[in-house]
Design a binder for this molecule. Structure first.
Ligand code: MN
Length: 387
C-alpha cells in the first residue's frame, strides 16, 4: 500500500503582512502533480489545514479546489483531520456526505472511532483519523474525568481505537500532537498553556504507520514509522534551514514501512542574507530576487531607509535585523546628554547619526541663521504676550 502523508498547510496564513495564499496554491499544484504521478492509495492530511478557525474566503476556495482535483479528478481518497488551528465544527461540515465521495474529514472528537478501510492486494488496511484533542472536549465526549492533558487525552482515545481495531489488519493512525523530543519551530501554536502538552512515542504502540501533524519540521518521532510530514511552506524565520516535503509511505504486506521525503519547490523561498547595506547594494541580487528575505544588516552606525533601499534589490524583504546597532545604548540619544549640548551641537549630532556625515561649515552657518531667527521670533512672542 502506498500513502502520501502531508500536514500543516495553514491555508490563509499571513506572514509579516504577506498573504501566502498564492504561494500555497503554487505548492499545492505541485502536490496534486505528485499524487497524479505516485498514484497513492490515499492522501493523509494530518491537521492544521487552515491557519485559523475562520479562514479567509480564498483559503476555503483553495482547499475546495485542491481536494476536488485529488478526490474527484484523480480518484484518490483523502483522509483529513482537524489540527489545533482548525475549527472542528466548521471543518466537519458535510463530513458524512463527503465520505461517500471518499473525502474523509475528522473534525470533532468521536467517542466511537471508526476506521477508513483501504484495500490493496494483501488485504485491508485500517486508517484511523484522530483530530487534535482538546482535553476538556475528550473528557466530555468519552465521559472520562481523568483526562486533564494532551497525554491523557491521546492515551484514552488510542485505547478506544485499539479496542475497535480488527486484529491481524494493518493499522495506520493520522493524528495531530506534539511528540516529546522532536524539533519545534516558531510557527507552531502551543497545544496547552504551560504544563504537559507533549506525548511520548511509546503511546503509538501497535500502529504500523503514524502520520503526524503539528511540528513543522519534517522528522521521525522516536521511530521511523512515526513521522511528521512537516508544513507545506516555511511559516517562520526559524524554518529557514528546513527542506519542506511530503512523505511517501510504502506499507508492505506485513505492515513494515519504507518512507521517502519528497521535497517541495516553493514559488518563493524564505532566505536570510547579511552584510553592510553598501556591500549588499554593490553585490546586487544574489539568488532569486523575488524570494522572501530576512536581512541582517551588519552596519554599526545608522542607515537611512534600510527597508526602501533593500526592496529596490529584493522586493519581498520581510524583515530587517540590526544586530550591531542599538540606538538606546548610544550616549547622544540619552536625555541628560541632550541637556548639556547646545541646539546647534545637538542638531549636528543628529545629522551625523542619520546620514553618517558631519555637518559642513556652510550648513552650520545656515543652521545658526535659522536658529537665531527662531529665537528672535520666540522672544518677540514672549514680549507681546507679557501682561
Ligand atoms: Mn501547524
Amino acid at each position: 500500500m502506498r500513502l502520501l502523508h502531508t500536514a500543516d498547510w495553514h491555508l490563509g496564513r499571513i506572514f509579516h503582512g504577506v498573504h501566502l495564499t498564492e504561494d500555497q496554491a503554487h505548492v499545492l499544484d505541485e502536490l496534486v502533480r505528485l499524487v497524479a504521478d505516485a498514484r497513492p492509495d490515499a492522501v493523509l492530511v494530518a491537521g492544521d489545514v487552515f491557519d485559523r478557525a475562520v479562514p479567509p474566503q480564498e483559503a476555503v476556495a483553495l482547499l475546495d479546489e485542491v481536494l476536488s482535483r485529488i478526490v474527484l479528478g484523480l480518484e484518490v481518497p483523502v483522509v483529513l483531520v482537524a489540527g489545533n488551528h482548525d475549527s472542528p465544527e466548521r471543518l466537519a461540515f458535510g463530513a458524512e456526505m463527503l465520505a461517500r465521495s471518499r473525502l474523509h474529514v475528522a473534525g470533532r472528537v468521536a467517542a466511537e472511532p471508526r476506521p477508513v478501510v483501504l484495500e490493496d492486494a494483501h488485504g485491508p488496511v485500517e486508517v484511523w483519523p484522530v483530530p487534535f484533542l482538546e482535553p476538556a472536549v475528550v473528557r466530555e465526549a468519552l465521559g472520562d474525568g481523568e483526562v486533564h492533558d494532551q497525554r491523557a487525552a491521546l492515551a484514552a482515545m488510542l485505547d478506544r481505537v485499539r479496542a475497535a481495531a480488527t486484529p491481524g489488519r494493518r493499522q495506520v493512525l493520522v493524528a495531530h500532537a506534539a511528540v516529546a523530543g522532536c524539533a519545534t519551530s516558531e510557527s507552531e501554536r502551543p497545544l496547552a498553556i504551560g504544563g504537559a502538552e507533549t506525548v511520548e512515542p511509546a503511546l503509538f504502540e501497535g500502529f504500523h504507520y503514524v502520520a503526524l501533524g503539528h511540528l513543522h519540521r519534517p522528522q521521525a518521532a522516536g521511530a521511523g514509522h512515526v513521522r511528521y510530514a512537516g508544513s507545506l511552506l516555511k511559516y517562520s524565520f526559524s524554518e529557514i534551514d528546513h527542506v519542506k516535503s511530503v512523505t511517501l509511505v510504502e506499507l508492505d504486506r506485513a505492515g513494515r514501512c519504507r518512507t521517502e521525503a519528497i521535497p517541495l519547490a516553493p514559488r518563493r523561498d524564505l532566505r536570510r542574507i547579511e552584510g553592510r547595506i553598501a556591500e549588499i547594494e554593490a553585490r546586487g541580487p544574489e539568488g532569486p530576487s523575488e524570494d522572501y528575505l530576512l536581512v541582517r544588516l551588519l552596519d554599526e552606525g545608522p542607515v537611512v531607509d534600510p527597508m526602501g533601499r533593500l526592496r529596490r534589490i529584493y522586493p519581498n524583504v520581510l524583515h530587517v535585523e540590526r544586530p550591531r546597532w542599538t540606538p538606546q545604548a548610544d550616549g547622544a540619544a540619552r536625555p541628560d546628554v541632550h541637556r548639556r549640548l547646545s541646539d546647534e551641537d545637538l542638531f549636528a549630532a543628529f545629522f551625523e547619526q542619520m546620514t553618517g556625515e558631519a555637518l559642513d561649515a556652510e550648513a552650520r552657518e545656515t543652521l545658526r541663521e535659522v536658529l537665531d531667527a527662531l529665537r528672535r521670533e520666540e522672544a518677540g512672542r514672549a514680549a507681546e504676550g507679557a501682561p
